[in-house]
Design a protein around this ligand. Structure first.
Ligand code: SIN
Length: 537
């Protein structure tokens, strides 16, 4: 079916998280006609669920001895050898200015009397450098401030429209975005630049810290448009989401790592410390180490309960005021963290890989840009350092808007004409089945046999369908993302960062490289030859 309606702009931003809104606001400041589109309501994205904060080393307020260089070093260590040094340096160095801009836009961070910002610590950080808001409601405050600035700045926001496909000119440049409204009516948003800020894909698993919108739509769209993806096998599992009973499904409440940063420890049912002797930083080891240790402990310890451990925060005096979101989630299931150890388990949290993009948001497709969790800039490598994601969104959102403005000014992209677009057909697997096999065989602890099972289950259960509803767009995206992950995970015969293989338990120097993924014309993700792919990424 051809598109039935059309709207025009200079830049279409898909997604209303921190990266997308930051980009939209900057684009507006630069005089671009910008339109933001989201498949849900403006505040329904992942950003609002972020708890811990923003990792940043500010010139005038930091721990003695802390520095931007140390933040860079911690990021590289957490990334387990796969970060790109230049991207890490660029993003971390821009952090203080990005946080200052956010505060100018109205975000209020927790401060001590006298005005200096409070700082906490999370896994993998060698200093207290995570600034936060509302105690543990940083994402909610960032989202509130940016949405308000968007409304105040009269940036148009089109809600309940899902991005389906990039519309392209006959020469292959992006000319707009094909969307569907909530009744399944297609339309085209015509623009020379489309910025994907659609977030992650935690819904690929049964239990996740991510909301229901996190279905990998942007990744699949970019692959269909001819972009490359990388590091897609590295899905970060947060070590501590609240355990609410066997077989939890969908978004599970997060118990921020900052609770451990401020003294809580992981214990098993016998009271034994889970992280003792596992890593020099114990409970504050990088997230991949902690999540894997919990998983091993649950499986092996005779005193352990097989599907959760506990976070003992009873020594913290001010849980209700310092961590109100966590406290409320615990209270809702009858847990009082002052006296009860909090039951917790790892759950899917963050896609470290994504659409291959520069720190300025450029992908290999003219006119297609990507920022935030959907993008793979090289900041996270094989395992993201805690609280680096809001930072990445702030820095790269600004840079991407400036890049679009510059690309327009020099004529690298140019105002698009109306183009014909029709709904694509793509492979779609059953979501429930996909989530079950991914959780069972492609979470923490993978092996060749299990990955092959997922591959064949997806192959036999996948049917080509026209993407004529939001649900089908999401299911197709989850299918593409899962198949991409399986292709990359099967090939990577080592354990590194968030990719833990039980049949290849060691890290291998030969595997100190990222794998690229592209889509075949029939919609099958395959590994791309890095030499042939040169110039595309
Ligand atoms: C947390 O607060 O533990 C999550 C923050 C993050 O994912 O960086």
């Amino acid at each position: 079916m051809a598109a039935r309606w059309e709207a025009r702009a200079d830049l279409i931003v898909a997604g209303t998280g921190v990266a997308g809104l930051t980009a939209a606001l900057r684009a507006r400041e630069l005089g671009l006609r910008v339109l933001v589109v989201t498949k849900a309501a403006g505040d329904d994205g992942n950003t609002r669920w972020a708890q811990g904060g923003v990792a940043v080393v500010m010139e005038d307020q930091h721990d003695p001895g802390d520095s931007v260089a140390r933040h860079i070093e911690d990021t590289l260590t957490a990334g387990a050898g796969l970060c790109e040094d230049a991207a890490v340096a660029a993003i971390i160095t821009d952090g203080p200015a990005a946080v200052a801009r956010l505060r100018e836009r109205g975000a209020v961070f927790d401060a001590k009397p006298g005005g200096l910002l409070e700082r906490t610590r999370e896994g993998g950080h060698s200093a207290f450098r995570v600034v936060h808001a509302g105690g543990d409601a940083t994402g909610a405050e960032v989202e509130r401030a940016l949405l308000k600035a968007t409304v105040d700045g009269r940036v148009p926001l089109l809600e309940n429209h899902v991005a389906v496909d990039a519309v392209k000119t006959p020469l292959g440049a992006v000319a707009g975005l094909l969307v569907l409204d909530s009744n399944g009516v297609p339309g085209v948003l015509t623009a020379p630049a489309v910025l994907l800020a659609t977030g992650g894909l935690g819904q690929m698993y049964q239990a996740t810290s991510n909301p229901s919108v996190a279905t990998g739509d942007g990744l699949a769209l970019a692959l269909r448009a001819g972009a490359l993806a990388a590091d897609v096998e590295f899905i970060q599992f947060h070590p501590t989401v609240l355990y609410t009973g066997r077989g939890a499904r969908g978004r599970c409440p997060l118990v921020t790592e900052a609770v451990r940063g401020e003294g809580a420890v992981l214990i098993d049912a016998t009271g034994a410390r889970v992280m003792k002797g596992v890593h020099p930083l114990e409970d504050l080891a990088p997230r991949d180490v902690v999540a894997a240790a919990i998983t091993r402990h649950m499986a092996a310890e005779p005193g352990g309960v097989d599907d959760h451990v506990f976070l003992d925060a009873t020594a913290l005096h001010d849980m209700a005021t310092r961590f109100p979101t966590v406290f409320a989630a615990c209270a809702s299931v009858g847990i009082d963290p002052a006296v009860d150890p909090i039951p917790v388990a790892p759950a899917a949290h963050f896609a470290c890989g994504g659409v291959v993009s520069t720190v300025d948001g450029r992908t290999g497709v003219t006119g297609l840009y990507a920022v935030g969790e959907v993008a793979r800039t090289g900041l996270h490598g094989a395992n993201r350092l805690a609280s680096n994601s809001l930072l990445e969104g702030l820095v790269c959102g600004t840079r991407a808007a400036e890049t679009v403005a510059a690309d327009l000014a020099i004529g690298l992209i140019s105002p698009a004409r109306s183009v014909e677009a029709s709904l694509p057909t793509a492979p779609v697997a059953d979501r429930d089945l996909l989530q079950r096999v991914m959780s069972r065989y492609a979470a923490i602890g993978r092996d060749a046999e299990g990955l092959a099972v997922v591959g064949s289950v997806l192959d036999v259960s996948t049917v080509d369908k026209q993407l004529e509803s939001r649900e089908l767009v999401e299911d197709a995206a989850l299918t593409t993302a899962a198949r991409a992950l399986i292709a990359a995970a099967q090939q990577r015969t080592e354990s590194r960062g968030c990719h833990v293989r039980t049949d290849f338990t060691e890290r291998s120097e030969a595997w100190r490289r990222s794998q690229l993924v592209r889509l075949t014309p029939t919609g099958q993700p395959v590994l791309a030859d890095p030499v042939l792919a040169e110039g595309v990424a």
